[in-house]
Design a protein around this ligand. Structure first.
Ligand code: NDP
Length: 681
C-alpha cells in the first residue's frame, strides 16, 4: 500500500499512513493518505515568495506558452493516469472525460491566453473615456494579477480535470495554486501532480498539493488570495462563512450540488427522433461516470401523456447497460468512487423512493461483469418515477450522486418551468424541442436559475457535446443551490483571478499604465514611417499624420464602379438631398480605402499582413469637396512568440486610425490589425 505525499514548499511530504484508500472496483486497500500535519504557513510563504515571483517574471503570453507545452506533456503521458483512474471506478470513456478533458482544458486556456491576453501583466479593459471637456483627464479599467495565492478545494469525481480546469486559468492569471483534492480519489491527483513536477515545465512554486486536511490554511489567507471549492452544498456553506474569508473579503467561488433537469418539450410526440434523443441523453447522463457528475440529469420532465412510454424506453436501455469491472471491454458502467459514496447513494435512493415508484435498479446490481467485485462500490442504474412532482419536495432537493434519475410528468410548459425552478438553482438544463418558439419562451425563464442551457433536437444532436459536459469556452456554474459560482467561460475564468481597478489620469498616463495608446496621449512622431519599423523597434504612441486628399465626385463614381455599390446616397442627387445628410456623400468604404492609400508605405517592409479591423465607426459623412487625412498610431503590441514558415519571428500590432476632415472633425475611427516581422537574428 503506497503512502501518498503532499507537495508542499518544494518538498514531497508524508511517510506515515493515516486514512486507507480502497479501490472502488474490489475494495482492496491501494493507497493511504499521510498522517503528518502540513505547515501551511510555510506553504503560503513559498507560494508568495517563490511562486508569485516566478510567475510574475513572466507575462500572459509566456504563461500561455507554458500551458500549451504542459498540455502536450500530459497528453503524451496520459496512459499512466488511465491505469490508476480505473480504481476510482471509471471506465475508459469515463477516464477520457477526466484525463483528456483535463488536458484539453489546459490546451484551451493556452489558446485563450495567446489570443485574448496581452504581452505584459496588465489587461486593459478599454476603451478609455474622456472625463473632462479639454481631453486632459480620462478614465479606464485595468485588470492586474492579484498578487495572491489561489486555494482550490476539489471534489472526488474529477481528480484530474478538477485540478486542471481551475489551475489553468489561475496560472494564466499569475497566481500560484495550492490544490486540495478530495481524499477518496487523491491518489490520481497525486499521480498527476507528480507528472507535472517531473515535466519540469512549471516555474517553481506555482503548484502545491495537499493530501488530506487543509488544517489551518484558510486561517492564514490574505485579502489578495482566492478560494475555489467544488463539492457538497453543505461544505460550501460551511467554508464560505469561514471567519477569515469573511473578515478579509476573500473571493470564494463554489460549485455545489445541483438538481439538473432535462425537459422533453410539449411538441415532441411518439415517433419523433427527438424522443429517442431525449431518452439517450438521460441514459448517458445516468451511466457516464456512474452518474457522479455535478452536471448529470437528476430530474427528467416529460409531458404527462408520455410518462409511461418514456419510462419504459429508459428502463429498457438501462437494462442493457453492462455494469462491472471498468477495466473490462464491454463494461459500460463501473462502480461509484468509494463504499462511502455507495452507502450515501443507496440511502438517497431510499429517501427518493418514498411515495414514488422505482422502475429499475435501486440496489447493488445482481449481475456484474468481472471477478471479485463483491467489495466494490456498485449501484445499479436507478430510474424512479414521481407522479406528483408538484407535491413531492424530496425529488427536487435530494441529489443522489450516482446513477439515479427521477422521471416526472408535467401538464403544460408553465408547469415544466415551475418544476425546473424547484431545483433552486442548478448548473445545467436541457430542453428537447423542435419548436424555436418554445425555446424562445422557455429558455429565458429557465436561465434565471441555471448556469448553462442546452437545446437539443435532430439538427443539433449530431454535433452536440452533451448535457453533462462543461466546456472551457462556456460558463460552468449555477446560481442558488449550485453554489452561485462561475468557472470556465473562456477568458472570464482568467479574469476571476485578476483584480479590476478603475484608473483616472491624463491620456499619457493611462497609455503608460495600460501599455496601449489612448487618444489624446503624447505621440512619438519621427521621420521614419512606422510601417518601416520592425516589431522590436515599434513603440506604443509612434505616429504618422498623413498628407491630405480632397474627395471629388470622380472618386465617388470610380468607387461605385469598382465596388458595384450604387446606393442612392452616393449617386442619386434628388434622393440624397432628401436624406438626413442633405447631399451626396462618399462611400464609407471609400473613406477607409482612401485612408489606407494615405498611410501605407508601399514598398516591401516589416508589415507582413493586415488581418482585419476592429471597432470601425463612420462618425461624420464625407461629402464632395471635403478634404480628409489620417493619423496612424501604434496602439498595442502583442508578442505571441510566433514565426512564419521561413522561421522569421513576428508579432501582432494594432494601429489606431483617426480619419479627420478639413475642420479637424473625426469622420472615421478604427483599429487595424497587422502582423509585423521581427528583425532576423
Ligand atoms: P465534500 O463537500 O465533503 O468535499 C468536497 C471537498 O471539500 C473535498 O476535497 C473535501 O476533502 C473538502 N472538505 C470537506 N470538508 C472540508 C473542510 N472543513 N475544510 C476544507 N476542505 C473540506 O463533498 P464530497 O466530495 O464528499 O461529496 C459529497 C457530495 O457532494 C456528493 O455526494 C455530491 O452530492 C456533492 N458533489 C458535488 C459536486 C459538484 O461538482 N457540484 C462534485 C462532487 C460531489 P476530503 O475529501 O478530504 O473530505
Amino acid at each position: 500500500m503506497k503512502i501518498l505525499q503532499s507537495w508542499i514548499a518544494g518538498v514531497w511530504t508524508g511517510t506515515e499512513a493515516q486514512q486507507v484508500l480502497h479501490s472502488a472496483i474490489d475494495g482492496s486497500a491501494i493507497y493511504a493518505s499521510h498522517a503528518e500535519a502540513l505547515d501551511f504557513g510555510a506553504a503560503l510563504t513559498y507560494a508568495r515568495q517563490t511562486g508569485l515571483k516566478n510567475l510574475l517574471a513572466l507575462d500572459f503570453q509566456q504563461r500561455a506558452a507554458i500551458l500549451r507545452t504542459l498540455a502536450k506533456y500530459l497528453t503524451e503521458h496520459k496512459e499512466e493516469l488511465y491505469a490508476i483512474s480505473s480504481h476510482t471506478g471509471a471506465t475508459r470513456s469515463d477516464s477520457w472525460i477526466d484525463i483528456e478533458g483535463g488536458a484539453g482544458t489546459v490546451f484551451a486556456y493556452a489558446s485563450i491566453g495567446t489570443n485574448e491576453f496581452p504581452s505584459g501583466n496588465v489587461v486593459h479593459e478599454g476603451p478609455a473615456m474622456p472625463l473632462g471637456k479639454q481631453g486632459h483627464f480620462s478614465g479606464t479599467h485595468i485588470l492586474v494579477p492579484r498578487q495572491g495565492v489561489a486555494v482550490h478545494i476539489n471534489a472526488f469525481n474529477f481528480p484530474v480535470w478538477g485540478l486542471l480546469e481551475k489551475f489553468a486559468p489561475s496560472f494564466l492569471a499569475g497566481m500560484p495554486c495550492i490544490v486540495k483534492p478530495a481524499t477518496a480519489t487523491s491518489y490520481l491527483t497525486e499521480a498527476l501532480v507528480r507528472q507535472i513536477h517531473a515535466s519540469g515545465l512549471l516555474p517553481e512554486g506555482s503548484l502545491q498539493l495537499v493530501i488530506g486536511s487543509t488544517g489551518n490554511l484558510l486561517d492564514l489567507l490574505e485579502e489578495t488570495d482566492v478560494v475555489t471549492f467544488t463539492g457538497s452544498a453543505a461544505t460550501a456553506a460551511q467554508l464560505k462563512v469561514h471567519p477569515n474569508i469573511v473578515r478579509r473579503s476573500i473571493p470564494f467561488n463554489a460549485e455545489a450540488d445541483s438538481l439538473n433537469c432535462a425537459i422533453l418539450g410539449p411538441d415532441i410526440e411518439a415517433g419523433d427522433e427527438e424522443l429517442d434523443l431525449y431518452v439517450k441523453e438521460v441514459v448517458r447522463e445516468m451511466t457516464a461516470k456512474a452518474g457522479q457528475k455535478c452536471t448529470a440529469i437528476r430530474r427528467a420532465m416529460v409531458p404527462a401523456a408520455q410518462l409511461d412510454a418514456v419510462a419504459e424506453k429508459i428502463r429498457s436501455r438501462l437494462e442493457k447497460t453492462i455494469v462491472g469491472d471498468p477495466r473490462l471491454d464491454g463494461v459500460r458502467m463501473g462502480p461509484l468512487a468509494s463504499r462511502a459514496q455507495q452507502h450515501d447513494v443507496l440511502a438517497s435512493i431510499e429517501q427518493l423512493a418514498a411515495g414514488n415508484q422505482i422502475i429499475c435498479g435501486g440496489t447493488v446490481p445482481a449481475q456484474m461483469q468481472g471477478e471479485g467485485l463483491e467489495q466494490g462500490a456498485f449501484v445499479s442504474p436507478t430510474l424512479i418515477v414521481c407522479r406528483q412532482p408538484m407535491e413531492n419536495s424530496a425529488v427536487h432537493e435530494i441529489e443522489a450522486f450516482g446513477p439515479v434519475t427521477t422521471l416526472m410528468p408535467y401538464q403544460d410548459m408553465q408547469e415544466a418551468l415551475v418544476l425546473a425552478a424547484k431545483g433552486c438553482g442548478s448548473l445545467v438544463a436541457t430542453l428537447v424541442t423542435k419548436d424555436p418558439h418554445i425555446a424562445a419562451m422557455a429558455i429565458p425563464h429557465i436561465a434565471a436559475r441555471h448556469g448553462r442551457l442546452m437545446i437539443l433536437n435532430a439538427e443539433s444532436a449530431p454535433e452536440s457535446t452533451g448535457h453533462g459536459s462543461p466546456l472551457p469556452q462556456l460558463k460552468h456554474g449555477g446560481p442558488g443551490r449550485a453554489g452561485g459560482g462561475e468557472e470556465l467561460g473562456g477568458s472570464r475564468a482568467v479574469k476571476h483571478y485578476l483584480q479590476r481597478a478603475a484608473v483616472q489620469g491624463s491620456p499619457t498616463m493611462l497609455a503608460a499604465v495600460t501599455a496601449e495608446h489612448v487618444r489624446g496621449a503624447a505621440l512619438l512622431e519621427s521621420d521614419i514611417h512606422p510601417f518601416r519599423r520592425y516589431f522590436e523597434d515599434l513603440q506604443i504612441g509612434m505616429s504618422l499624420l498623413t498628407h491630405r486628399r480632397t474627395v471629388s465626385e470622380a472618386d465617388i463614381v470610380a468607387f461605385g464602379g469598382l465596388s458595384g455599390d450604387f446606393f442612392y446616397m452616393h449617386f442619386d442627387e434628388i434622393a440624397a438631398k432628401e436624406s438626413p445628410f442633405g447631399k451626396r456623400i462618399a462611400h464609407g468604404y471609400f473613406v477607409l480605402s482612401a485612408a489606407a492609400g494615405l498611410f501605407v508605405s508601399p514598398a516591401p517592409g516589416p508589415v507582413l499582413a493586415n488581418y482585419g479591423l476592429d471597432t470601425l465607426r463612420f462618425i461624420k459623412p464625407v461629402g464632395i469637396g471635403d478634404t480628409i487625412r489620417a493619423r496612424l498610431t501604434c496602439k498595442r503590441k502583442i508578442d505571441r512568440q510566433k514565426k512564419d514558415a521561413k522561421g522569421v519571428g513576428q508579432g501582432v500590432v494594432a494601429w489606431d486610425v483617426e480619419v479627420t476632415n478639413q475642420d479637424n472633425e473625426l469622420v472615421a475611427s478604427y483599429d487595424i490589425l497587422t502582423l509585423v516581422a521581427k528583425k532576423q537574428a
